[in-house]
Design a protein. Structure first.
Length: 156
């Protein structure tokens, strides 16, 4: 499915291995048209996450996200549905100036403890373009039909 988008230069992601295992796989796309790179648990051995518990799980990789982009760390839908494991601060943001290891703030929202093993694909990294607009401070903002209506104001 060629398009004009295919001819635009793509940003380059530079990865650095943060674990001692030289065979630890590089994050990869799970399918031809996948939006996110799968991130796996780089843990020494299996452990459980109790219902309601939050654990910080290393991935074994650091990434240099190009300026003008951000990395969004999102839960994998199958893991969320089948195990109740998700990212507590979803999506987590990796700024272009962060160089530390990517870690996953996982929470178990399910009713039973879930085991996490080395190599379990738990999250995905999506790279998105971001803009940094200039700021303008005003006494009032333009009117809209919605106005200041917040949560649930447009229906359910």
């Amino acid at each position: 499915m060629p398009s004009q988008e295919a001819s635009k230069p793509k940003p380059t992601l530079q990865f650095k291995r943060c674990c001692d295992d030289e065979s630890w796989p590089v994050p990869a796309y799970g399918s031809q048209w996948a939006s996110g790179l799968d991130l796996a648990a780089a843990v020494d051995g299996p452990f459980t996450i109790a219902p309601g518990e939050i654990r910080l799980i290393p991935t074994g990789w650091a990434v240099a996200v190009p300026y003008g982009y951000e990395g969004q760390v999102r839960p994998r839908s199958g893991v969320a549905l089948k195990k109740g494991l998700t990212i507590i601060n979803t999506p987590g943001t990796i700024d272009s100036d962060y160089r530390g290891e990517i870690s996953l703030a996982m929470v178990n929202l399910g009713p039973v403890a879930q085991e996490v093993r080395r190599g379990d694909r738990l999250a995905q990294l999506v790279i998105s373009k971001v803009e940094r607009p200039s700021l303008e401070i005003l006494e009032a903002l333009s009117d809209t039909a919605r106005g200041e209506g917040g949560f649930g104001s447009t229906g359910f």
